[in-house]
Design a protein around this ligand. Structure first.
Ligand SMILES: [Zn+2]
Length: 554
């Protein structure tokens, strides 16, 4: 008997809301096979349900308090500048390291926060948050050349500059092509390399759902009527479904497929601009309201930096902006308002709380002794935090609907060794509401009125599916959490789950007979976590930040 293998397929931001009906109606035939032949259900994500946090919990079997990844960024400490996280910022052992301890090989392809890549027994290819021009993005290093030879057009990242200039057609075509190439890469790696655990993630499906949701959803406030993009989300999932087919074809008699997403996706009807709310409530003060007002007026007049640069490029004058100093260029507003655009304009000497939205969908107190220009006395911290939480809980839209499903203190939301970097107030929006970036009025504004705006946003419920021998057929899973994935995968590989994981084996997915012959075992592998002295070069960090900004995460 060969040792059982597991193929994990990550679909970033996948939701059963659309996938289940599409699969069952035959649009996604491979997913239909998985649903009918296996156990499927919602998968509760992390708080916040953000990509780096969710995938890190899936990979470690641990909640954020035990791995330390709460967002894309390290919080503002020594300065108000945020630093993009890298793979070394995860403080917990990952499943590929654990399977290596038990003598099993792992292939890890395109997971976020895997740069710098681990030198594992097996192979690794970087994913989201890997610098575009870096060459050291694979393990072993020569694998990159091999992929570039074998997969025509191989790249790690799609061109996101198309989003900010509103060229959605180009962005969509590029993203679908990307998934197709990743599918070919998947087949190639599965066939030519040795692996016991193979984990690939398709990250291009998430931005397509973000930016194209309103085009398929007649109930969305921004639905434009009949339009050429109504099948955009389905079309990219058709490619992902073919990838599921590649996995099914290669499944041995003892092997399993585990399908998962890091969070779900939902239609958003209302943006809640928390920075504007903090200003109105007197918690955040801008240095110059006038400067901000000028910038907003220019923005409303359609005078946007990206459009300008694009127009100049089309007129073969793309060299022109290089003649202007950065400070002058910054006066031309960008297409999407993010915290990054206003953070230099915050008067920290009068600001008590702030919402670096991409910094974790959470609110931070400008605490004396912690933030560089902190003004809130530690003695006043608790009272201020409770006051903000109470006001957030009371915040409602015109119809009287509350906007916040959760507003928790750090201590309520997290526990573990690494909660120092956790936010002061962790937030989860009610269904249909989105805690949006930047300054906009009114604070509550209909979502999706601009093409460059995200009309689908993360939901805390993602997807999970387990398929293979001993799995109950057409079974509905309930109450699965993202931390349950790693223990379940270890168990399906015939390995002990780890005592220090927060998750459990999803045994209810398995038949009584299988459970009888495969009791859950527990162990604790000893794994040295590499220190965090690595940092991106300024150039690489610039590239990653630019991409995150274009995606609206910064
Ligand atoms: Zn995601």
């Amino acid at each position: 008997m060969t040792a059982p293998r597991v193929i994990m397929i990550g679909l970033d931001g996948a939701t059963w809301r659309v996938l289940r009906p599409w699969a069952l109606s035959g649009e996604l035939p491979n997913l239909k096979r998985i649903i009918e032949g296996g156990a499927t259900g919602p998968l509760r994500s992390t708080l916040p349900p953000l990509t780096p946090t969710g995938w890190t919990s899936a990979a470690t079997g641990k909640a954020p308090g035990k791995h330390g990844v709460y967002s894309f960024f390290r919080p503002m400490r020594a300065s108000y500048r945020r630093n993009v996280l890298n793979a070394r910022d995860c403080r917990a052992a990952k499943i590929w390291q654990i399977v290596n301890v038990y003598g099993r090989k792992a292939g890890v392809v395109h997971l976020p926060l895997t740069y710098p890549v681990d030198r594992i027994d097996g192979f690794m290819v970087g994913g989201m948050m890997t610098p575009t021009t870096a060459r050291d993005v694979t393990h072993p290093p020569e694998l990159l050349d091999e992929l570039e030879t074998q997969i025509p057009g191989f790249t790690l990242n799609v061109d996101t500059t198309t989003i900010k200039t509103g060229r959605l057609d180009e962005f969509l075509a590029d993203s679908i092509e990307h998934v197709r190439r990743h599918r070919h890469e998947m087949g190639y790696l599965m066939d030519t390399k040795a692996w016991d655990l193979f984990w690939i993630m398709f990250y291009n499906v998430d931005p397509i759902a973000h930016f194209f949701w309103k085009f398929m959803d007649p109930k969305h406030v921004g639905y434009p009527g009949q339009n050429p993009f109504s099948n955009a989300v389905l079309d990219i999932y058709r490619e992902a479904d073919l990838a599921i087919g590649e996995a099914l074809e290669r499944l041995g008699p003892d092997d399993h497929i585990v399908l998962l997403s890091d969070h779900g996706m939902e239609s958003t009807h209302t943006n809640v601009h928390l920075t504007s709310w903090l200003i109105d409530e007197g918690y955040l003060v801008l240095r110059s309201e006038r400067r901000q007002a000028t910038s907003e007026a220019m923005y409303r007049a359609g005078f946007q930096r990206e459009r300008l640069v694009y127009a100049l490029k089309k007129a073969k004058l793309g060299w022109l902006p290089k003649l202007f100093p950065e400070r002058m260029k910054d006066k031309v507003p960008r297409a999407r308002k993010t915290f990054k655009e206003i953070e230099n304009n915050v008067d920290w000497s009068q600001t008590r709380a702030y919402f670096p939205s991409a910094g974790g969908r959470a609110i931070w107190i400008n605490l004396k002794g912690r933030e560089p220009g902190g003004i809130v006395d530690p003695a006043d911290f608790e009272a201020l935090r409770s006051e903000i939480i109470e006001k957030l809980k009371a915040l409602r839209d015109d119809a009287g609907q509350p906007v916040a499903r959760m507003a928790l203190t750090r201590e309520e939301a997290y526990s573990g060794e690494f909660i120092a970097d956790a936010p002061d107030i962790a937030l989860l929006a009610e269904d249909g509401f989105y805690f949006a970036e930047g300054i906009e009025r009114p604070v509550l504004r209909p979502n999706g009125t601009k093409n460059t705006e995200k009309s689908g946003n993360h939901h805390v419920d993602g997807i999970v599916a387990v398929f293979g021998p001993g799995v109950r057929r057409d079974f509905g899973l309930e109450g699965s959490r993202i931390v349950d994935v790693a223990p379940t995968v270890l168990h399906l590989m015939g390995l002990p789950t780890q005592k220090d994981m927060d998750g459990r084996v999803l045994e209810e997915a398995l038949t009584a007979e299988y459970r009888e012959t495969h009791p859950v075992a527990y162990d604790q592998a000893r794994i040295e976590i590499e220190g965090s002295d690595f940092d991106y070069t300024d150039d690489d960090r610039g590239q990653i930040e630019a991409r995150l900004k274009e995606m609206g995460y910064m």
